[in-house]
Design a protein around this ligand. Sequence first.
Ligand code: NAG
Ligand code: NAG
Ligand code: NAG
Ligand code: NAG
Ligand code: NAG
Ligand code: NAG
Ligand code: NAG
Length: 360
Amino acid sequence: MGCDNNIGVSLASFVLVSSLLLLSPILYVSEAQNYPPIVKGLSWDFYDSICPDVEHIIRNHLKKVFKENVGLAAALLRIHFHDCFVLGCEGSILLDGTAGETSEKLAAPNLNLRREAFKIVNDLRKLVHSRCGRVVSCADIVALAARDAVHLSKGPYYNIPLGRRDGVRIATSDEILADLPPPSFNTTLILITLAPKNFTTTDVVALSGAHTIGRSHCISIADRLFGSSIDPTMDPELAQHLLKLCPDLASINSTTAFMMDPRTPNTFDNKYYINLVNHQGLFTSDQDLYTDNRTRDLVTKFAANQTFFFEKFVEFMLKMGQLSVLTGDAGEIRANCSARNNETYFSTYPVVEGKKWATY
Ligand SMILES: *[C@@H]1O[C@H](CO)[C@@H](O)[C@H](O)[C@H]1NC(C)=O
Ligand SMILES: *[C@@H]1O[C@H](CO)[C@@H](O)[C@H](O)[C@H]1NC(C)=O
Ligand SMILES: *[C@@H]1O[C@H](CO)[C@@H](O)[C@H](O)[C@H]1NC(C)=O
Ligand SMILES: *[C@@H]1O[C@H](CO)[C@@H](O)[C@H](O)[C@H]1NC(C)=O
Ligand SMILES: *[C@@H]1O[C@H](CO)[C@@H](O)[C@H](O)[C@H]1NC(C)=O
Ligand SMILES: *[C@@H]1O[C@H](CO)[C@@H](O)[C@H](O)[C@H]1NC(C)=O
Ligand SMILES: *[C@@H]1O[C@H](CO)[C@@H](O)[C@H](O)[C@H]1NC(C)=O
């Protein structure tokens, strides 16, 4: 019957399988993986001669980081999403603000990205650059860290085409809001928001599975708890549980955090979809995937077959990870992931001929 092997395995064999995965990380999801085409300028062997250890350095450091604080895996994965969705995968989300610009980190959809995770990215950059020199971009480091976050949480491993360069522009708050749909969006609105990125319905259902790890806050479920009635598509027991954490509208900005996948909070698996089938999705954008008849079948299939979910998730990650990348001579390789390099900043600063500087 349609029961996936991964659901019923005994604990002993699960531990064995997962430790084998960690020992031999170069396991592909499937020989038949339907990889999307690779963008010009990226390649599978980009660092083979200039920084052959980059992937080992990142993975080894992250193993230690996650042993201390497993929650940072979800945080690193989210940074990659929030980087790629806005202006493409070029590390603009990492930039601190300057006198004239507000950091993307301070826009509403990014406020809950964990600050420790941005520090980890800079720590990785330091480790990699001290070994190889300034040749690896922050955007590539984020893409690799996200991949390792998934894999070290027992999710799929996948190879990543590399060679991204770092951008020199910070997105405006309008751009950020237009590109990062809020958790209160239903499937229709999510599909419309993401259509310009050429994401398919399958992509949208698969990317949502990233909510299998990580935590959330009251603000993201307020629309379901505090409308004219509690969202009828929410399991009443879950609603009662959430109301203890977020009792009323006055609590919506609280720092109370709860796990997004209570079944297996820190394991990257398909339990997220099992939650949806049981009306235990957290956000409107989650649960509506099971309500909407365009996406319901896929949710059911992912809930029944983890291998199928992993396959589609990897296809999505490869596609998303190449959105509007900068390659070749475009952009720069930042010396500090939180700041542009001075030389590039000044050489690309838009000079308007004949314009007089305002006096401040
Ligand atoms: C999705 O949300 C929009 C905005 O609230 C609403 O107009 C639309 O009817 C909703 N669509 C469905 C299918 O629920
Ligand atoms: C989406 O596909 C169209 C047509 O192939 C292409 O012109 C456009 O650049 C793509 N958009 C993105 C964000 O990749
Ligand atoms: C929550 O925070 C937002 C943005 O800072 C603010 O506009 C709103 O009034 C706050 N709500 C409550 C109930 O504190
Ligand atoms: C999905 O539901 C809508 C309205 O509820 C209906 O019009 C449409 O025919 C349904 N589509 C499928 C494929 O079932
Ligand atoms: C689960 O999905 C995989 C990958 O698409 C497929 O090869 C396999 O046949 C599916 N298993 C079942 C029981 O449907
Ligand atoms: C990196 O840049 C940020 C933002 O300008 C700055 O606060 C930080 O001190 C810099 N780090 C190093 C090591 O120079
Ligand atoms: C950039 O310039 C500032 C001041 O002009 C200096 O403090 C800083 O160290 C420089 N950063 C880099 C990465 O060269």
